[in-house]
Design a protein around this ligand. Structure first.
Ligand code: ADP
Length: 335
């Protein structure tokens, strides 16, 4: 059987601007048909990583492979990577047809071949009916499809999506996200989606690489990042609320020097718990995020009931992860 090559592979890629190391010895493997997200805060190195993959920046060291071929020294137009930018960046005074045809015209395809390819691609994306419309006259969903069609028409090896949904309003974005997920499934293409916003990819990506200071902290599916962050930094960054971290001894753990990490919803209240005092509450809908204090330590508990500040409760942490020196050493410990 022939070995299946990864779609995209980065081996020990580094890049610095002056003394600022932006990508620090990065290794990455993206397989075919994956919806892969690169998630990190502003300044983490996401754009630089994207530029290095596209080929508009060269790494200082390391190699980049697409479909098993070393493309490190190739210019962008020889890499067969399609990029979908923020808000799709469609050409505003053109029809849908001409937007999709544009990359083929640049490559000097014949009119007949262009027409054929545009029609086949439009059919795949279900936008045949709107080919003659100006892109300013179509819906948000149709714009997304047109942008993807323009990328797909070049038969790229891989799609890079650079926060494509970030300028859309919340309601439109919700639908656009679901459509994107469906399209990736239908097209069976490899998507690499770069974003600082975890709500974009939590239900979209089957794998997420969390980037921080030019290094990947963890690569896993979102639920694993959420439940078992490999470092305290990931625990702080992933989730609407940061993971709670308190000395494990408070929970009766024998590892006195370790830190227990647990989510707000892993806390309950019952007689057998340890005493905490309610400091404050943040209410979202019918859920109360309650800041609890025990000695010098604080943590957040997700509660169905509202508790007045000053109330004393008995908290039970149902499970926790153990961290030493900021790194996960054991998952799901039961007190
Ligand atoms: P992100 O996309 O995650 O916000 P970037 O890749 O844009 O992060 O930037 C990472 C770091 O590299 C930042 O500290 C930024 O200031 C620096 N940086 C990016 N591009 C350049 C450049 N052309 N020259 C100097 N520093 C840069």
């Amino acid at each position: 059987m022939q070995e299946v090559k990864p779609k995209l592979e980065l081996k020990k890629v580094s890049k610095a601007y002056g003394k600022t190391v932006v990508l620090d010895n990065i290794d990455l493997t993206v397989s075919g048909n994956e919806f892969f997200a690169i998630l990190g805060p502003s300044g983490a190195g996401k754009s630089t990583l994207l530029k290095v993959i596209i080929g508009v920046e060269s790494p200082d060291s390391g190699r980049i492979f697409i479909d098993g071929k070393d493309v490190t020294d190739l210019p962008p137009n020889k890499r067969n990577v399609a990029v979908v930018f923020q808000s799709y960046a469609l050409y505003p005074n053109m029809t849908v047809f001409n937007n999709i045809a544009f990359p083929l015209k640049m490559r000097r395809y014949t009119d007949k071949r262009i027409s054929e390819k545009v029609r086949i691609t439009a059919e795949k994306l279900g936008i045949t009916e709107i080919l003659n419309k100006n892109v300013t006259k179509i819906s948000g969903g149709q714009k997304q499809r047109t942008a993807l069609a323009r990328a797909l028409v070049r038969d790229p090896s891989i799609f890079l999506l650079d926060e494509p949904l970030s300028n859309l309003d919340a309601r439109v974005r919700f639908r656009a996200r679901e459509e994107l997920r469906q399209l990736q499934e239908d097209l069976k293409q490899t998507f690499v989606y770069v974003t600082h916003d975890q709500s974009e990819i939590a239900n979209l990506a089957n794998k997420v690489a969390v980037i921080h200071n030019g290094k990947f902290e963890q690569i896993a599916d979102y639920s694993e990042l959420y439940r078992h962050p490999s470092t305290r930094w990931v625990g702080d960054f992933v989730g609407n609320y940061p993971m709670n971290f308190i000395p494990a001894g408070i929970l009766g753990d024998s590892q006195q020097n370790a830190v227990a990490g647990f989510r707000a919803e892993w806390v309950s209240f019952s007689e057998k718990g340890f005493k905490v005092t309610v400091v404050s509450t943040e209410t979202i809908g019918d859920t109360h995020y309650t800041l609890c204090e025990t000695g010098e330590e604080h943590f957040i508990a997700k509660c169905a009931a509202y508790h007045e500040p000053g109330t004393v409760l008995n908290a039970v942490v149902e499970k926790y992860n153990l961290y030493e020196n900021g790194n996960l050493v054991e998952k799901d410990r039961i007190p």
